[in-house]
Design a protein around this ligand. Structure first.
Ligand code: ADP
Length: 186
């Protein structure tokens, strides 16, 4: 199967870890908007500072800013390289913009994988990670989970109407989940 893959999951679902395993083989680009924003922040760019003013509160970075960074990355990617989107699109306008920018590059979304993990497990996992990331404090985690339900659930419905969504159980060890994911995209 050709085409691009979109990985969706709530904060703490392990989608970043799984994305890195999936793209371990050549011929894939792992495009994670959260990673791009954190890289800009580390480098102290204006975009990094702008993104951080939202990230640190658990809010989404504005769609125009996010779509621009994705469009640029897609343009730089050779046609032979497939793209795994991780953490994008997170809003319906982003999903619509993705369709348009992929079409302009002769690409399309072939499959959407939803990594499902019950909320109590998510809260527990993020609390453990709490030392590592600035946006993993309990209040910000609660906000991120709420924003996910409000703004990103509708993205799942958007793709479900097109029959593109496969759900994967995100509970269990990393390898187990990875093999379920491999099946979901085959
Ligand atoms: P998580 O999925 O655990 O929240 P990410 O690294 O994917 O972690 O995202 C961290 C933060 O980066 C988000 O809370 C948000 O502020 C910002 N962000 C990442 N991707 C997007 C996006 N597509 N649209 C808006 N904001 C985003």
């Amino acid at each position: 199967m050709g085409g691009e893959i979109v990985l969706i999951g709530p904060p703490g679902s392990g989608k970043g870890t799984q994305a890195r395993i999936l793209v371990g083989s050549d011929g894939w680009l792992h495009l994670a908007t959260g990673d791009l924003f954190r890289k800009h922040l580390k480098e102290g760019t204006p975009l990094g500072k702008l993104a951080d003013s939202y990230m640190s509160k658990g809010e989404y970075v504005p769609d125009e800013v996010t779509v621009d960074i994705v469009r640029q990355r897609v343009r730089e990617t050779p046609a032979a390289v497939r793209i795994l989107f991780d953490g994008f699109p997170r809003t319906v306008p982003q999903a619509e913009a993705l369709d348009a920018l992929l079409a302009a590059a002769g690409r399309c979304v072939a499959r959407v994988v939803l990594v499902e993990v019950p909320e109590n497990e998510l809260v527990e996992r993020l609390a453990k990670r709490g030392q590592g990331r600035a946006d993993d404090s309990p209040e910000v985690v609660r906000k991120r989970l709420r924003v996910y339900e409000e703004q990103t659930r509708p993205v799942v419905d958007f793709y479900q109407r097109r029959g593109l969504v496969r759900c994967v159980d995100g509970l269990g060890d990393v390898k187990e989940v990875a093999s379920r994911l491999a099946t979901a995209i085959s």
